[in-house]
Design a protein around this ligand. Structure first.
Ligand SMILES: Cc1cc2nc3c(=O)[nH]c(=O)nc-3n(C[C@H](O)[C@H](O)[C@H](O)COP(=O)(O)OP(=O)(O)OC[C@H]3O[C@@H](n4cnc5c(N)ncnc54)[C@H](O)[C@@H]3O)c2cc1C
Length: 571
């Protein structure tokens, strides 16, 4: 058994920012299933939001209101006030740590427009903002010397919570297949998003919801799982992201008739409407036969008028993605795009210090924290504004670090039954590997992803989702007979993918369950059979609790409102 005062699972922005706060004070370790700088944070392109004083008229209050409205009034306003209030300090801190932000001609931090924000407030490093931030934090954490232990390419399979106290995790060394118990006074999850359950997705292969499912299986409820963000500009058929920065820099969206169709849907914001609205507008154009040739199942992102110099200076990555993956030269041709599953608003419910809730009444779990995309604090409510999530990972990662420092110092070690935990993890893996199973992993995964994209996508309805729920039940049953061909121990990616699929099946069930129960349309959750927002009945957060038999129960809790009463959302 290995032990650390603090164990942080995830080396994205949330995990590393938390670690940076604790390292040097306590014995802290970071564990990650991919090499730290390959965490999905590094793929973020467009920017990180803050109302710096660089843009006339912008204010923390304007950022707060934009976020509350963008969230379709389902975000907790006390948390949103913290997020936006701490944003300017966060950007300056990252700059002082060495993050190379793009500059204005006056050498201030440059800020570009982003959807749903009423001022230019996205700070960026060309279109590789996440890369710049992640590498800065990784370097700074390493600089602190040997006091930060990193377990790279270790895979958490089990979270241990007993009597409301978190005691550690069981993890597998991917290199050797060895299972090990990690005993900790405090555990934090910064395990990221879970968009891989969708066929068309912008998410990295690692985004399979391992953390949220480990928590759920250990008795933690999951909040607002029905809210999945579809980003308007995924590369056609691949889903790879072309950042909103493309529209922030002036790109147009065109339908098959070369018409800027956003005129009809969000005349004041046009292409820079919030993501839920732009994605729905695209899908409506496609559904009503106005998509682009030949199959009319996509629309176009037009950058031609920006010219070569601006494209290559501000949007180089986007240019290369379109060129390399579908052979389109964005300087001379519009790029085929479609909505892509992008961001998970739901996750592990936490308070503003990132301590995890045990129920809908506010009871907390001792020694368990979560921050970043796997958490639901809830600053994004029913729809996240672009650039607010790198911000969330940094702001709440830091808060988690501070609180963990305090809480861990006041905590004694609680016992952890190493034998029993290892045996349980070993049993789960042996059952997968050593059966005479026949079902194909790839088939089950493909069917799940197609179902989620086609039936639980941009537009939803009761019939489609009922059939998706049935399909998931069928796939869960087939999964009990899934075949793991690789029986080896070293780098058994076949086994890892199987474990990941079991997580995808489990949380997909909850996305569908929450969405079926929620008989309204709000933010990213848009039902054609219940097209209106219903504040009277649905201005509340969903909490899904796992039952003994593996099923779930849905309960609800109120949204926190401080300053802004709900109103109709128009742009
Ligand atoms: C293509 C793309 C572009 C984006 N662009 C922007 C943008 O411009 N602005 C913005 O604000 N947001 C953007 N986002 C969203 C934002 O990047 C993420 O929400 C944020 O970076 C998440 O950070 P995180 O620290 O929570 O998780 P991640 O960076 O995803 O890290 C998750 C970590 O958890 C670890 N992990 C997961 N499971 C396990 C396990 N079982 N065992 C061990 N370790 C595990 C992983 O190894 C990884 O280190 C973008 C997202 C994508 C996909």
């Amino acid at each position: 058994m290995l032990s650390h005062d603090v164990l942080i699972v995830g080396s994205g922005l949330a995990g590393l920012r938390a670690a940076y706060e604790v390292v040097g004070h306590l014995d802290v370790a970071v564990m990650t299933k991919v090499y730290p700088s390959r965490s999905h944070s590094g793929a973020a392109q467009g920017g990180v939001a803050a109302a710096l004083a660089n843009v006339d008229g912008d204010s923390i209050e304007a950022h707060t209101y934009d976020t509350v409205k963008g969230a379709d009034f389902l975000g907790d306003q006390d948390s949103i006030e913290i997020l936006c209030g701490d944003a300017p300090r966060t950007i300056i801190e990252m700059e002082h740590l060495g993050c190379a932000f793009s500059r204005t001609s006056e050498n201030k931090i440059a800020q570009r427009a982003f959807g749903g924000h009423s001022f230019n407030r996205a700070c960026y490093s060309a279109d590789r903002t996440g890369h710049a931030l992640l590498h800065t934090l990784f370097e700074q954490s390493m600089k602190l010397g040997g006091s930060l232990q990193v377990y790279s390419e270790w895979y958490v399979v089990r979270l241990v919570i007993e009597d409301g106290i978190c005691r550690g995790v069981v993890a597998m060394d991917i290199k050797t297949g060895r299972l090990e118990t990690f005993h900790a006074k405090t555990v934090m999850f910064g395990t990221g998003g879970y968009g891989r359950a969708f066929k068309i997705t912008s998410n990295a292969y690692a985004n399979t919801g391992d953390g949220i499912v480990a928590a759920y299986r250990a008795g933690v409820p999951l909040q607002d799982m029905e809210f999945v963000q579809y980003h308007p500009t995924g590369l056609y058929q691949h889903g790879i992201l072309l950042s909103e920065a493309a529209r922030g820099e002036g790109g147009y969206l065109l339908n098959g008739d070369e018409e800027r169709f956003m005129q009809k849907y969000a005349p004041s914001k046009m292409e820079l409407g919030p993501r839920d609205i732009v994605s729905r507008s695209e899908q409506t154009e496609i559904n009503e036969g106005r998509g682009a040739w030949p199959k009319k199942d996509y629309v176009l992102l037009d950058l031609r008028h920006l010219g070569k110099d601006k494209i290559m200076e501000k949007l180089p990555q986007i240019y290369h993605l379109a060129k390399d993956f579908i052979g389109v030269d964005a300087i001379t041709d519009p790029v085929p795009i479609q909505p892509t599953a992008h961001y998970s608003m739901g996750g592990i419910p936490t308070d503003n210090d990132c301590q995890v809730y045990l129920d809908e009444n506010g009871a907390r779990i001792t020694g368990f924290f979560a921050a970043g995309e796997c958490a639901c604090v809830s600053v994004h409510g029913a729809n996240r504004l672009g650039t607010n999530s790198l911000l969330e990972a940094l702001v709440f990662g830091r808060r988690a670090g501070k609180k963990m420092l305090e809480a861990t110092r006041e905590t004694d070690w609680s016992p952890l039954n190493e034998k029993a935990e290892l045996a349980a993890a070993r049993l789960e893996i042996d059952e997968l590997v050593h059966t005479k199973a026949t079902e194909s992993l790839a088939d089950i995964r493909e069917e799940l992803k197609t179902t989620m994209t086609n039936q639980v996508g941009v537009y939803r309805n009761g019939d489609d989702m009922e059939s998706a729920a049935e399909k998931i039940t069928e796939l869960q049953d087939r999964f009990t007979r899934v075949k793991v061909s690789d029986k080896g121990k070293n780098f058994n990616t076949n086994l890892i993918e199987t474990l990941e699929l079991s997580h995808m099946l489990e949380y997909s069930e909850l996305i569908v369950a929450g969405a079926l129960a929620r008989k309204e349309s709000r933010g990213a959750h848009s039902r054609t059979d219940y097209p209106k927002r219903d504040d009277e009945n649905w201005m509340r957060h969903t909490m899904a609790f796992r039952q003994e038999d593996g099923g779930y129960e849905l309960r609800y809790k109120p949204v926190k409102i401080t300053r802004y009463q709900p109103e109709e959302r128009k742009y």
